[in-house]
Design a binder for this molecule. Structure first.
Ligand SMILES: Cc1cc2nc3c(=O)[nH]c(=O)nc-3n(C[C@H](O)[C@H](O)[C@H](O)COP(=O)(O)OP(=O)(O)OC[C@H]3O[C@@H](n4cnc5c(N)ncnc54)[C@H](O)[C@@H]3O)c2cc1C
Length: 369
């Protein structure tokens, strides 16, 4: 059988655009079909934090190390339009009650923040601006021959012999292809109506972007924070190359809306996050807020991503479920998927631990609507 050339990628997040980039680099013709906006979901709103070895001891270690190296190489090769930068990363703790007192560990931090150690060096931790990264990868893929289409994928098309032949959009239009990749992040669970796929769930997170100018050096912070009501939160704060600072701390189990464009923040989440951010650093205390964001990360039953062929259906693939490491692992996932589709096997990283067949198929009758 000749390798698939015209590959339909459902979803224009970090994963779908990386697959398009690596396929088009090999001369294939990927078509990304995006329902809302490229980078319009978690891939444009996440922290964009990258770590070389924070997945050590887990099945993700090889993928993460390869991807960390690919991020550096891609930024270099493509002129770094997404603010890739190396960082020093610290861990520590703070309390809401005394965030304004005590002796801080770094000049840009409030005195009540205590740093307990260095978690990463510029050799092992880095950052991208995730919206610019994801749209930049799509543009780079297009420059190599990939196409981007607006549309909502509604089902799979199969030939009379049962082979994958393309997808149908909700407009009724058919887009033909030799292979189809489901890369719809948490919305991949909707594809269980057309394909035997394991469950993928969405976990919600909120974030804010502050305009901090040059007040914070190339540093990242992972904290344990005791709120005034006693709740312990784990804020993460990353200083970006574009003079902004991204912070998150508030997650929830709110349900995933069917329409990616309908994701909205939980009541009060941004106000609470703003108060935390302003208390942690004088650089944030009066800084304007440039964006208030909410998004869902895709999570599987066993915490490992799904990267591989759909069992029993040649030509159908899935790449999703990357949870908190989707930005980090996007390039190596894109590379591995391009190898799987064009060569029949991934070369750089063994993706067997991520085979979709390891988990039972989700019963689509359990979907609420
Ligand atoms: C608050 C937060 C912070 C994070 N921080 C980091 C971090 O610092 N580092 C890191 O590595 N990871 C981080 N992550 C995780 C990372 O953001 C995700 O793992 C990653 O973005 C998932 O990418 P994706 O392409 O699978 O999904 P998504 O970004 O959700 O993209 C899926 C796309 O599919 C589209 N789509 C859905 N249905 C259809 C359809 N029927 N037809 C066509 N298109 C469709 C959607 O519109 C969307 O654009 C964070 C996540 C959250 C929530």
């Amino acid at each position: 059988m000749s390798p698939a050339r015209r590959v339909i990628i459902c979803g224009g997040g970090a994963i779908g655009t990386a697959i398009a980039f690596f396929l088009s680099r090999r001369g294939a013709q990927p078509i990304v079909i995006e329902r809302h906006e490229v980078a319009g979901s978690a891939s444009g709103k996440s922290g964009g934090f990258l770590a070389l070895d924070w997945c050590r001891g887990t099945a993700l270690d090889r993928l993460a190390r390869r991807s960390f190296a690919l991020h550096a190489a891609l930024a270099e090769e493509l002129g770094n339009p997404w603010g890739y930068r190396r960082l020093t990363t610290y861990g520590g703790y703070a309390r809401a009650d005394d965030a304004a007192r005590g002796t801080g560990g770094r000049p840009w931090l409030s005195a009540g923040v205590t740093l307990t150690g260095r978690l990463g060096s510029p050799q092992t931790t880095a950052l991208v601006e995730p919206h610019a990264y994801t749209t930049g990868m799509m543009r780079a893929a297009e420059a190599q021959g990939a196409a981007l289409r607006a549309g909502t994928v509604a089902s799979l098309v199969r030939s009379p012999a049962g082979a994958v032949a393309g997808v149908t959009l909700d407009s009724g239009e058919i887009v033909e292809g030799d292979a189809v990749v489901i890369a719809m992040g948490p919305w991949s669970i909707l594809a269980t109506r057309w394909l035997p796929l394991p469950a993928v769930y969405g976990y919600k997170g909120h974030s804010l972007i502050f305009d901090t100018g040059s007040a914070i050096p190339a540093e990242a912070l992972f904290l344990e924070y005791r709120d005034s009501n006693g709740e312990v939160l784990t804020p993460e704060l990353f200083a970006r190359a574009d003079g902004t600072a991204w912070i998150c701390a508030i997650s929830s189990t709110a349900p995933l809306p069917i329409d990616p464009g309908a994701v909205a923040p939980d009541d009060g989440a941004h106000g609470r996050l703003e108060a935390i951010g302003r208390s942690l650093s004088p650089a944030l205390a009066s800084a304007p807020i440039l964006a208030r964001q909410a998004c869902f990360r895709p999570v599987t039953e066993d915490g490992r991503p799904l990267i591989g062929g759909v069992p029993g259906l040649p030509g159908a693939y899935v790449a999703t479920g990357h949870s908190v490491w989707g930005m980090l692992n996007a390039p190596a996932t894109g590379e591995a998927m391009s190898e799987l589709i064009l060569d029949g096997a991934a070369q750089q990283v063994d993706v067997a631990p991520f085979a979709p067949a390891r988990l039972p198929a989700f019963d689509p009758k359990r979907l609420v609507s």
